[in-house]
Design a protein. Structure first.
Length: 393
């Protein structure tokens, strides 16, 4: 880490613990704020600067970014309470996930930014949920393999059918739909939660999923640090379960990196490598790593990088029925129209979204054998991989 990156980590620690740090005059405040914005930890860094009595260094842009995010955070909290009340009233089973729970263990809930509200539901109750959301003013957007997306202005709601996307075949074998880990909060409630141990396993797996799909930023490491400080976890149980999804080595590497950042442990080559990967990623990875990850999955599926590139091109021209049905819902009623649905897609690509073909061509060119294999080896070095027999299809 360079001096500014070290300062970002120190300021985050200050925001969480209340400890005042010595702020070096050699630090570049604009670079610090830029890193914080990139990783969605601006609230924490600004709080850390306040603890150091360096409020005067905070730029107007950073303050505007900070203030513009506060109303959304309050709206998200209010929306979650409203949904909770409606679900209880209508006897809908639900379990809050990720940011909705993590907000509550931060010293200041507003300091844990989140892009959307994640809630695990039971699909057999979806039609009733759908009516509730329409009555609350939400608009139905799209459905992916593991979630149903709704929005209301700048509020985004992701209703999860599964804890993990089903195309992560190694992880979905363990998590399935997730309800086997759910425990009722109280006898008079429809709300469920996971035990701290199971929730930690889920958070670590969610981190791993993003990590191998293209990277993930500082905030998710902060989540795990705070989580482990909040709860007394059963490490024996966690290690036993993580062994089933081949994540024990990754878990150890992540936790050592967290110790280097926040607990004064001396860094080594591997933690420095992971730190560089995270800092270069941004909140949800870098574009180039996403490209390499797609190339790696295509290689595993087709046996070689070259065959994977050919399959990628074919799938761009002729997407699967499932993907086309998401774009053209009429196919769900009339699947025989699939061959004809490709024509409007091609028209859109050629005449409306003219840059999309150039974009995809550029990405496929980057999926060289050297780049893809190097990406695979880097993941293995950090303790994570796509299992050959369990990759996404």
């Amino acid at each position: 880490m360079d001096l500014n990156e070290k300062c970002v980590i120190s300021l985050i620690k200050s925001a969480i613990t209340g400890e005042e740090i010595v702020f070096s005059d050699d630090c570049n405040i604009n670079k610090i704020l830029k890193i914080a914005n990139k990783h969605a930890v601006l609230n924490l860094v600004v709080d850390g600067l306040s603890n150091c009595k360096k409020d005067s260094l905070i730029s107007d842009k950073a303050l505007n970014d900070l203030c513009s995010g506060m109303p959304l955070s309050k709206k998200q909290i209010h929306a979650a309470e409203k949904l909770k009340n409606e679900f209880e009233k209508n006897h809908i089973d639900y379990m809050f996930l990720k940011g909705l729970n993590l907000k509550n263990i931060y010293p200041k809930p507003e300091n844990r930014e989140m892009g959307d509200l994640d809630i695990l539901i039971k699909t057999n109750q979806y039609e009733l949920i759908r009516k509730i959301l329409i009555n609350l003013g939400y608009d139905e957007k799209e459905e992916s393999d593991h979630e149903l997306i709704w929005c209301k202005g700048d509020l985004y709601l992701e209703l999860h059918k599964h804890l993990i996307p089903t195309n992560n075949k190694d992880y979905i074998k363990y998590f399935k739909n997730g309800w086997q880990f759910a425990k009722i909060v109280s006898d008079d409630s429809c709300e469920y939660c996971m035990s701290p141990d199971d929730e930690y396993i889920f958070l670590l797996t969610h981190l791993a999923k993003h990590f191998r799909d293209g990277g993930i930023g500082i905030r998710h490491f902060v989540d795990l640090w705070i989580y482990k400080n909040k709860y007394s976890l059963n490490n024996e149980y966690i290690e036993k379960k993580l062994a089933l999804i081949n994540l024990n080595e990754f878990n150890a590497n992540v936790n050592k990196t967290i110790d280097v950042w926040f607990n004064g442990v001396e860094t080594d080559k591997k933690t420095e490598f992971i730190t560089r990967y995270v800092l270069s990623s941004g909140t949800f990875g870098s574009n180039v790593n996403h490209i390499y990850s797609d190339g790696l999955v295509a290689m595993l599926k087709n046996g070689s990088v070259a065959a994977g590139r050919k399959d990628t091109v074919f799938r761009l021209i002729f997407p699967t029925y499932k993907r086309m049905a998401q774009k053209y819902p009429i196919l769900e009623k009339f699947p025989f129209l699939l061959p004809f649905s490709y024509f409007p897609r091609w028209y859109e690509a050629i005449f409306i979204r003219k840059g999309i073909i150039t974009k995809y061509r550029g990405e496929i060119k980057q999926q060289t054998e050297e780049n893809v294999l190097n990406y695979m080896n880097n993941l293995k070095y950090m303790g994570i991989s796509f299992n050959d027999n369990d990759f996404r299809k």
